[in-house]
Design a protein around this ligand. Structure first.
Ligand code: FES
Length: 147
């Protein structure tokens, strides 16, 4: 299997290269683009990101595996992530997680993650990478039934 950024992402990369004159700073944006394009980060994608960022492959691998939001395999099911960090915990993420595990664990991969950087929307979830804010079980039920 080979990986290449698609034309839309190549345009984005050209824009990012101007924004970040230090190629090393491109690592996280490129990892996000690769994951958005393929649904995960393949070894081939890491190799290309290594070349574009002028960083060793092992550095890209270590960054990719450090952050829980980057996937190393294509998800087998649709993915629902639930934030379990303080702001979300205080606003009901445990209730959200229990609801999802009880009602939707057959159809979705449900993953607890650390702060998504959107604490103002607590409790936060993502559905296939799309942010969902101020989530309630009723709201999730409506969204999941519509998808
Ligand atoms: S604590 Fe959940 S998004 Fe920050």
């Amino acid at each position: 299997m080979s990986f290449a950024f698609n034309d839309e992402n190549k345009i984005t990369i050209t824009r990012l290269t101007k924004r970040y004159p230090q190629p090393k700073a491109l690592i996280l944006p490129l990892l996000w683009l690769a994951q958005k394009q393929e649904g995960f980060i393949s070894e081939e994608a890491m190799q290309i990101i290594s070349e574009l960022s002028h960083m060793p492959y092992m550095h890209i691998y270590s960054v990719t595996t450090f952050y829980t939001m980057f996937k190393l395999e294509k998800p087998k099911k649709r993915v629902l992530e639930v934030c379990r960090t303080l702001s979300c915990e205080l606003n009901g993420s445990e209730l959200i997680k229990k609801y999802l595990l009880d009602a939707h664990s057959d159809d979705y991969e449900i993953i607890e993650v650390e702060c998504m950087g959107a604490c103002g929307g607590a409790p936060m979830c993502t559905l296939d990478g799309k942010y969902l804010e101020k989530v309630t079980p009723k709201m999730l039920e409506e969204i999941l039934n519509a998808n």
